[in-house]
Ligand binder design. Structure first.
Ligand code: FMN
Length: 366
Protein backbone atom coordinates (compact mmCIF):
# COMPACT_ATOMS: atom_id res chain seq x y z
CA UNK A 1 0.00 0.00 0.00
CA UNK A 2 3.11 2.26 0.27
CA UNK A 3 2.92 4.00 -3.11
CA UNK A 4 -0.84 4.41 -3.06
CA UNK A 5 -1.08 5.48 0.57
CA UNK A 6 1.91 7.81 0.58
CA UNK A 7 1.83 9.29 -2.91
CA UNK A 8 -1.17 8.52 -5.12
CA UNK A 9 -3.95 8.83 -2.54
CA UNK A 10 -2.80 12.14 -1.03
CA UNK A 11 -2.64 13.59 -4.54
CA UNK A 12 -5.98 12.16 -5.64
CA UNK A 13 -7.71 13.14 -2.39
CA UNK A 14 -6.67 16.76 -2.91
CA UNK A 15 -8.84 16.79 -6.02
CA UNK A 16 -12.61 16.93 -6.31
CA UNK A 17 -13.75 13.27 -5.91
CA UNK A 18 -15.27 13.07 -9.37
CA UNK A 19 -12.15 14.52 -10.99
CA UNK A 20 -10.03 12.00 -9.06
CA UNK A 21 -12.35 9.19 -10.21
CA UNK A 22 -12.02 10.31 -13.83
CA UNK A 23 -8.23 10.55 -13.61
CA UNK A 24 -7.89 7.11 -12.04
CA UNK A 25 -10.13 5.63 -14.71
CA UNK A 26 -8.31 7.41 -17.54
CA UNK A 27 -4.98 6.08 -16.24
CA UNK A 28 -6.47 2.57 -16.07
CA UNK A 29 -7.88 2.90 -19.59
CA UNK A 30 -4.49 4.03 -20.92
CA UNK A 31 -2.78 1.01 -19.35
CA UNK A 32 -5.29 -1.51 -20.76
CA UNK A 33 -2.59 -3.45 -22.59
CA UNK A 34 -0.79 -4.15 -19.32
CA UNK A 35 -3.88 -5.89 -17.90
CA UNK A 36 -3.18 -9.53 -18.83
CA UNK A 37 0.51 -9.26 -17.82
CA UNK A 38 -0.41 -7.58 -14.57
CA UNK A 39 -2.93 -10.30 -13.86
CA UNK A 40 -0.19 -12.92 -14.00
CA UNK A 41 1.51 -11.24 -11.07
CA UNK A 42 -1.51 -10.06 -9.05
CA UNK A 43 -4.12 -12.80 -9.30
CA UNK A 44 -3.97 -15.62 -6.80
CA UNK A 45 -4.77 -18.78 -8.72
CA UNK A 46 -6.03 -21.20 -6.11
CA UNK A 47 -8.74 -23.72 -6.74
CA UNK A 48 -10.11 -23.26 -3.22
CA UNK A 49 -11.28 -19.80 -4.31
CA UNK A 50 -12.90 -20.98 -7.54
CA UNK A 51 -16.62 -21.44 -7.82
CA UNK A 52 -19.31 -21.91 -10.41
CA UNK A 53 -22.21 -19.53 -9.97
CA UNK A 54 -25.13 -19.37 -12.39
CA UNK A 55 -23.12 -21.59 -14.73
CA UNK A 56 -20.16 -19.16 -14.86
CA UNK A 57 -16.68 -19.91 -13.53
CA UNK A 58 -15.32 -17.36 -11.09
CA UNK A 59 -11.61 -17.70 -10.19
CA UNK A 60 -12.11 -15.71 -6.99
CA UNK A 61 -15.16 -14.54 -5.05
CA UNK A 62 -13.96 -10.92 -4.81
CA UNK A 63 -15.13 -8.87 -7.79
CA UNK A 64 -15.32 -5.21 -8.76
CA UNK A 65 -18.72 -3.59 -8.15
CA UNK A 66 -20.62 -1.48 -10.67
CA UNK A 67 -19.94 2.24 -10.63
CA UNK A 68 -16.16 2.39 -10.92
CA UNK A 69 -16.06 1.74 -14.66
CA UNK A 70 -19.51 2.80 -15.73
CA UNK A 71 -18.78 2.75 -19.46
CA UNK A 72 -16.43 -0.21 -19.74
CA UNK A 73 -13.41 1.88 -20.74
CA UNK A 74 -10.85 0.15 -18.50
CA UNK A 75 -11.99 -3.45 -18.02
CA UNK A 76 -8.73 -5.02 -19.24
CA UNK A 77 -6.60 -3.25 -16.67
CA UNK A 78 -9.19 -3.68 -13.91
CA UNK A 79 -9.31 -7.43 -14.54
CA UNK A 80 -5.51 -7.27 -14.22
CA UNK A 81 -5.80 -6.15 -10.60
CA UNK A 82 -6.75 -9.68 -9.52
CA UNK A 83 -10.53 -9.38 -9.25
CA UNK A 84 -12.59 -12.53 -9.77
CA UNK A 85 -15.15 -10.65 -11.87
CA UNK A 86 -15.72 -7.17 -13.25
CA UNK A 87 -19.10 -5.47 -13.31
CA UNK A 88 -19.49 -2.35 -15.42
CA UNK A 89 -22.34 0.17 -15.45
CA UNK A 90 -24.85 1.17 -14.64
CA UNK A 91 -25.58 1.56 -18.34
CA UNK A 92 -28.95 2.78 -19.59
CA UNK A 93 -30.68 2.57 -22.94
CA UNK A 94 -29.85 6.20 -23.74
CA UNK A 95 -26.92 8.44 -22.88
CA UNK A 96 -27.44 10.27 -19.59
CA UNK A 97 -25.52 13.19 -18.11
CA UNK A 98 -26.64 12.13 -14.63
CA UNK A 99 -27.30 14.57 -11.81
CA UNK A 100 -25.83 18.07 -11.64
CA UNK A 101 -22.41 18.37 -9.95
CA UNK A 102 -21.12 18.10 -7.31
CA UNK A 103 -22.42 14.56 -6.91
CA UNK A 104 -19.64 12.55 -5.28
CA UNK A 105 -18.37 13.22 -1.76
CA UNK A 106 -15.75 11.59 0.45
CA UNK A 107 -16.63 10.85 4.05
CA UNK A 108 -13.10 9.94 5.23
CA UNK A 109 -13.99 9.45 8.90
CA UNK A 110 -16.21 6.58 7.74
CA UNK A 111 -13.96 5.50 4.85
CA UNK A 112 -17.11 5.97 2.81
CA UNK A 113 -18.37 7.83 -0.25
CA UNK A 114 -21.69 9.64 -0.64
CA UNK A 115 -22.82 8.90 -4.18
CA UNK A 116 -25.34 11.08 -6.00
CA UNK A 117 -24.12 10.47 -9.55
CA UNK A 118 -27.59 9.79 -10.96
CA UNK A 119 -26.22 7.11 -13.29
CA UNK A 120 -24.42 9.16 -15.94
CA UNK A 121 -23.26 6.91 -18.79
CA UNK A 122 -22.59 6.73 -22.52
CA UNK A 123 -25.71 4.68 -23.32
CA UNK A 124 -26.10 1.01 -24.20
CA UNK A 125 -25.24 1.18 -27.92
CA UNK A 126 -21.92 2.96 -27.31
CA UNK A 127 -20.89 0.63 -24.48
CA UNK A 128 -21.92 -2.47 -26.44
CA UNK A 129 -19.85 -1.40 -29.41
CA UNK A 130 -16.86 -0.51 -27.19
CA UNK A 131 -16.80 -3.99 -25.67
CA UNK A 132 -17.73 -6.12 -28.68
CA UNK A 133 -14.21 -7.60 -29.03
CA UNK A 134 -13.38 -7.75 -25.32
CA UNK A 135 -12.52 -11.09 -23.76
CA UNK A 136 -11.53 -11.07 -20.12
CA UNK A 137 -10.01 -13.79 -17.98
CA UNK A 138 -12.93 -13.31 -15.57
CA UNK A 139 -16.71 -12.99 -16.00
CA UNK A 140 -17.89 -9.57 -17.17
CA UNK A 141 -21.15 -8.38 -15.66
CA UNK A 142 -23.10 -5.51 -17.18
CA UNK A 143 -25.34 -3.57 -14.83
CA UNK A 144 -28.30 -1.94 -16.54
CA UNK A 145 -30.56 0.81 -15.25
CA UNK A 146 -33.39 3.01 -16.43
CA UNK A 147 -32.15 6.11 -18.30
CA UNK A 148 -32.05 9.12 -16.01
CA UNK A 149 -33.63 11.86 -18.09
CA UNK A 150 -33.03 14.54 -15.46
CA UNK A 151 -35.30 16.38 -13.09
CA UNK A 152 -37.03 18.45 -15.79
CA UNK A 153 -38.20 15.44 -17.81
CA UNK A 154 -41.94 14.62 -17.90
CA UNK A 155 -43.04 11.55 -15.92
CA UNK A 156 -42.89 8.27 -17.84
CA UNK A 157 -45.37 5.42 -17.98
CA UNK A 158 -44.59 1.95 -16.62
CA UNK A 159 -44.39 0.68 -20.21
CA UNK A 160 -41.80 3.30 -21.11
CA UNK A 161 -39.68 2.50 -18.07
CA UNK A 162 -39.79 -1.23 -18.81
CA UNK A 163 -39.04 -0.66 -22.50
CA UNK A 164 -35.87 1.18 -21.45
CA UNK A 165 -34.60 -1.91 -19.57
CA UNK A 166 -35.53 -4.18 -22.45
CA UNK A 167 -33.67 -1.99 -24.96
CA UNK A 168 -30.53 -2.05 -22.78
CA UNK A 169 -30.74 -5.79 -22.24
CA UNK A 170 -31.04 -6.45 -25.98
CA UNK A 171 -27.99 -4.34 -26.78
CA UNK A 172 -25.80 -5.41 -23.87
CA UNK A 173 -26.53 -9.13 -23.48
CA UNK A 174 -24.23 -10.03 -26.41
CA UNK A 175 -21.18 -8.52 -24.69
CA UNK A 176 -21.95 -9.66 -21.13
CA UNK A 177 -21.45 -12.88 -19.19
CA UNK A 178 -24.26 -11.84 -16.87
CA UNK A 179 -26.66 -8.92 -16.59
CA UNK A 180 -27.39 -7.14 -13.32
CA UNK A 181 -30.67 -5.24 -13.34
CA UNK A 182 -30.23 -2.19 -11.13
CA UNK A 183 -33.78 -1.86 -9.85
CA UNK A 184 -33.11 0.53 -7.06
CA UNK A 185 -30.70 3.14 -8.17
CA UNK A 186 -31.08 5.54 -5.27
CA UNK A 187 -29.85 8.54 -7.20
CA UNK A 188 -32.32 9.13 -9.97
CA UNK A 189 -33.68 12.62 -9.64
CA UNK A 190 -37.35 11.79 -9.18
CA UNK A 191 -36.60 9.73 -6.06
CA UNK A 192 -39.42 7.28 -6.78
CA UNK A 193 -38.83 3.62 -6.25
CA UNK A 194 -40.76 2.22 -9.19
CA UNK A 195 -40.10 -1.41 -8.34
CA UNK A 196 -41.53 -1.26 -4.84
CA UNK A 197 -44.72 -2.13 -6.70
CA UNK A 198 -44.34 -5.89 -7.26
CA UNK A 199 -46.50 -5.81 -10.39
CA UNK A 200 -43.96 -3.44 -11.99
CA UNK A 201 -41.13 -5.88 -11.31
CA UNK A 202 -43.17 -8.80 -12.63
CA UNK A 203 -44.09 -6.85 -15.77
CA UNK A 204 -40.43 -5.95 -16.33
CA UNK A 205 -39.31 -9.57 -15.91
CA UNK A 206 -42.08 -10.77 -18.24
CA UNK A 207 -40.97 -8.28 -20.90
CA UNK A 208 -37.34 -9.37 -20.51
CA UNK A 209 -38.41 -13.01 -20.69
CA UNK A 210 -39.96 -12.30 -24.07
CA UNK A 211 -36.64 -11.31 -25.66
CA UNK A 212 -35.20 -14.77 -24.99
CA UNK A 213 -32.20 -13.91 -22.83
CA UNK A 214 -29.78 -16.81 -22.62
CA UNK A 215 -27.40 -15.44 -19.99
CA UNK A 216 -27.83 -15.30 -16.22
CA UNK A 217 -29.64 -12.25 -14.87
CA UNK A 218 -29.34 -10.90 -11.34
CA UNK A 219 -31.57 -8.33 -9.64
CA UNK A 220 -29.96 -5.52 -7.64
CA UNK A 221 -32.57 -4.12 -5.31
CA UNK A 222 -32.77 -1.59 -2.51
CA UNK A 223 -32.13 -3.10 0.92
CA UNK A 224 -34.69 -0.76 2.46
CA UNK A 225 -37.74 -2.53 3.75
CA UNK A 226 -35.72 -5.52 4.98
CA UNK A 227 -37.59 -8.80 5.05
CA UNK A 228 -40.63 -7.40 3.25
CA UNK A 229 -38.40 -6.32 0.35
CA UNK A 230 -36.71 -9.70 0.28
CA UNK A 231 -40.02 -11.57 0.15
CA UNK A 232 -41.42 -9.31 -2.57
CA UNK A 233 -38.28 -9.78 -4.67
CA UNK A 234 -38.38 -13.57 -4.30
CA UNK A 235 -42.06 -13.72 -5.18
CA UNK A 236 -41.59 -11.57 -8.29
CA UNK A 237 -38.57 -13.60 -9.47
CA UNK A 238 -40.38 -16.91 -9.02
CA UNK A 239 -41.93 -17.02 -12.48
CA UNK A 240 -38.88 -15.65 -14.34
CA UNK A 241 -36.66 -18.65 -14.97
CA UNK A 242 -33.75 -16.54 -16.25
CA UNK A 243 -33.26 -14.83 -12.87
CA UNK A 244 -30.20 -16.41 -11.27
CA UNK A 245 -29.86 -14.37 -8.12
CA UNK A 246 -29.83 -11.15 -6.20
CA UNK A 247 -27.77 -8.31 -4.91
CA UNK A 248 -28.48 -5.33 -2.65
CA UNK A 249 -27.74 -1.74 -3.59
CA UNK A 250 -26.88 1.15 -1.30
CA UNK A 251 -29.91 2.38 0.60
CA UNK A 252 -30.92 5.99 -0.05
CA UNK A 253 -30.30 8.41 2.80
CA UNK A 254 -27.76 8.26 5.60
CA UNK A 255 -27.28 5.24 7.86
CA UNK A 256 -27.25 5.66 11.64
CA UNK A 257 -23.95 5.82 13.48
CA UNK A 258 -21.81 7.72 10.98
CA UNK A 259 -18.54 9.06 12.42
CA UNK A 260 -18.72 11.96 9.97
CA UNK A 261 -20.08 15.01 11.84
CA UNK A 262 -23.79 15.51 11.43
CA UNK A 263 -23.46 19.03 10.03
CA UNK A 264 -21.46 17.54 7.14
CA UNK A 265 -23.56 14.48 6.29
CA UNK A 266 -26.85 16.34 6.72
CA UNK A 267 -25.97 18.69 3.89
CA UNK A 268 -24.35 16.04 1.68
CA UNK A 269 -26.60 14.42 -0.93
CA UNK A 270 -26.39 10.79 -1.95
CA UNK A 271 -26.30 7.24 -0.67
CA UNK A 272 -23.42 6.14 1.54
CA UNK A 273 -21.09 3.35 0.42
CA UNK A 274 -18.30 1.60 2.29
CA UNK A 275 -18.36 0.23 5.86
CA UNK A 276 -21.53 2.11 6.94
CA UNK A 277 -23.51 0.13 4.35
CA UNK A 278 -22.31 -3.27 5.53
CA UNK A 279 -24.70 -4.17 8.36
CA UNK A 280 -27.89 -3.72 6.33
CA UNK A 281 -26.37 -5.53 3.34
CA UNK A 282 -25.41 -8.51 5.51
CA UNK A 283 -28.84 -8.59 7.13
CA UNK A 284 -30.58 -8.68 3.73
CA UNK A 285 -28.16 -11.31 2.43
CA UNK A 286 -28.82 -13.59 5.42
CA UNK A 287 -32.58 -13.17 5.19
CA UNK A 288 -32.56 -13.82 1.44
CA UNK A 289 -30.32 -16.88 1.74
CA UNK A 290 -32.63 -18.38 4.36
CA UNK A 291 -35.71 -17.95 2.20
CA UNK A 292 -34.49 -18.52 -1.35
CA UNK A 293 -34.37 -21.68 -3.44
CA UNK A 294 -30.65 -22.30 -3.08
CA UNK A 295 -30.52 -24.72 -6.01
CA UNK A 296 -31.69 -21.95 -8.27
CA UNK A 297 -30.41 -18.63 -6.92
CA UNK A 298 -27.13 -17.16 -5.73
CA UNK A 299 -26.40 -13.90 -3.94
CA UNK A 300 -23.69 -11.41 -4.82
CA UNK A 301 -22.79 -9.39 -1.72
CA UNK A 302 -21.44 -5.83 -1.61
CA UNK A 303 -21.35 -3.05 0.94
CA UNK A 304 -18.18 -2.17 2.82
CA UNK A 305 -16.06 -5.15 1.79
CA UNK A 306 -12.57 -3.85 2.59
CA UNK A 307 -10.69 -7.00 3.60
CA UNK A 308 -10.65 -10.76 3.29
CA UNK A 309 -12.41 -10.92 6.61
CA UNK A 310 -15.28 -8.72 5.36
CA UNK A 311 -15.63 -10.86 2.23
CA UNK A 312 -15.56 -14.05 4.31
CA UNK A 313 -18.26 -12.75 6.66
CA UNK A 314 -20.48 -11.80 3.74
CA UNK A 315 -19.99 -15.23 2.21
CA UNK A 316 -20.86 -16.90 5.51
CA UNK A 317 -23.99 -14.71 5.59
CA UNK A 318 -25.04 -16.31 2.30
CA UNK A 319 -23.26 -14.56 -0.57
CA UNK A 320 -21.65 -16.85 -3.16
CA UNK A 321 -19.65 -13.92 -4.53
CA UNK A 322 -18.71 -10.50 -3.19
CA UNK A 323 -17.80 -7.19 -4.77
CA UNK A 324 -15.96 -4.08 -3.63
CA UNK A 325 -15.57 -0.53 -4.85
CA UNK A 326 -15.06 1.97 -2.04
CA UNK A 327 -12.12 0.04 -0.57
CA UNK A 328 -10.37 0.34 -3.92
CA UNK A 329 -10.60 4.12 -3.62
CA UNK A 330 -9.38 4.27 0.00
CA UNK A 331 -6.85 1.44 -0.04
CA UNK A 332 -5.67 1.37 -3.66
CA UNK A 333 -5.37 -1.50 -6.14
CA UNK A 334 -3.23 -3.68 -3.85
CA UNK A 335 -6.33 -4.25 -1.70
CA UNK A 336 -7.55 -6.89 -4.15
CA UNK A 337 -4.59 -9.19 -3.66
CA UNK A 338 -4.36 -8.45 0.07
CA UNK A 339 -8.02 -9.25 0.67
CA UNK A 340 -7.81 -12.41 -1.44
CA UNK A 341 -4.79 -13.68 0.52
CA UNK A 342 -6.51 -12.93 3.80
CA UNK A 343 -9.60 -14.78 2.66
CA UNK A 344 -7.47 -17.83 1.88
CA UNK A 345 -5.81 -17.63 5.30
CA UNK A 346 -9.20 -17.56 7.01
CA UNK A 347 -10.39 -20.51 4.97
CA UNK A 348 -7.27 -22.42 5.98
CA UNK A 349 -7.82 -21.55 9.63
CA UNK A 350 -11.35 -22.95 9.46
CA UNK A 351 -10.50 -25.98 7.36
CA UNK A 352 -12.65 -24.76 4.45
CA UNK A 353 -11.49 -26.56 1.31
CA UNK A 354 -13.74 -24.79 -1.18
CA UNK A 355 -15.20 -21.31 -0.86
CA UNK A 356 -18.64 -22.68 -1.77
CA UNK A 357 -18.58 -24.71 1.48
CA UNK A 358 -18.60 -21.47 3.48
CA UNK A 359 -21.63 -19.93 1.74
CA UNK A 360 -24.37 -19.39 4.31
CA UNK A 361 -22.43 -21.09 7.12
CA UNK A 362 -23.50 -18.43 9.58
CA UNK A 363 -27.00 -17.85 8.28
CA UNK A 364 -27.60 -21.56 8.81
CA UNK A 365 -26.40 -21.58 12.41
CA UNK A 366 -28.53 -18.77 13.80
C1 FMN B 1 -18.75 6.01 -6.83
C2 FMN B 1 -19.80 4.94 -6.84
C3 FMN B 1 -20.60 4.79 -7.96
C4 FMN B 1 -21.57 3.78 -7.98
N1 FMN B 1 -22.34 3.63 -9.09
C5 FMN B 1 -23.20 2.59 -9.17
C6 FMN B 1 -23.94 2.34 -10.35
O1 FMN B 1 -23.83 3.06 -11.35
N2 FMN B 1 -24.80 1.28 -10.36
C7 FMN B 1 -24.94 0.44 -9.29
O2 FMN B 1 -25.72 -0.52 -9.37
N3 FMN B 1 -24.25 0.66 -8.16
C8 FMN B 1 -23.38 1.69 -8.07
N4 FMN B 1 -22.67 1.88 -6.92
C9 FMN B 1 -22.86 0.94 -5.79
C10 FMN B 1 -21.78 -0.14 -5.82
O3 FMN B 1 -21.91 -0.96 -6.96
C11 FMN B 1 -21.85 -1.04 -4.57
O4 FMN B 1 -23.08 -1.75 -4.60
C12 FMN B 1 -21.76 -0.24 -3.29
O5 FMN B 1 -20.89 0.87 -3.42
C13 FMN B 1 -21.31 -1.09 -2.11
O6 FMN B 1 -19.97 -1.51 -2.25
P1 FMN B 1 -18.71 -0.74 -1.58
O7 FMN B 1 -19.09 -0.42 -0.18
O8 FMN B 1 -17.59 -1.73 -1.70
O9 FMN B 1 -18.48 0.48 -2.40
C14 FMN B 1 -21.73 2.91 -6.85
C15 FMN B 1 -20.93 3.10 -5.73
C16 FMN B 1 -19.98 4.10 -5.71
C17 FMN B 1 -19.12 4.27 -4.47
Amino acid sequence: MGFYKNIARPLLFRLDPEVAHRLALAAAAKSARAGPRLRNSTSIADERLESTVAGLSFPSPIGLAAGFDKNGVAVDLLAGLGFGSIEIGSVSAEFSAGNPRPRLFRLPEDRAIAVAYGVPNDGAAVVASRLQWTHLAVPLGVNIVKTNLGSGAPPESADEIIADYVASARLLAPIADYLMLNLSCPNTTDGRDFFVDRSHLEACLTALGEIGLTLPVFLKVSPLGGIETVERMLAAADGASFVSGFMFNLPPGKPAGLKTPQDIWRTTPGAVSGPPSRALAEFCIRETWRRMDRDRYAIIGAGGVSSGEDAYRMIKSGASLTQMLTALIYEGPAIVRRATRELLRLMERDGVRRISEAVGAEARQE
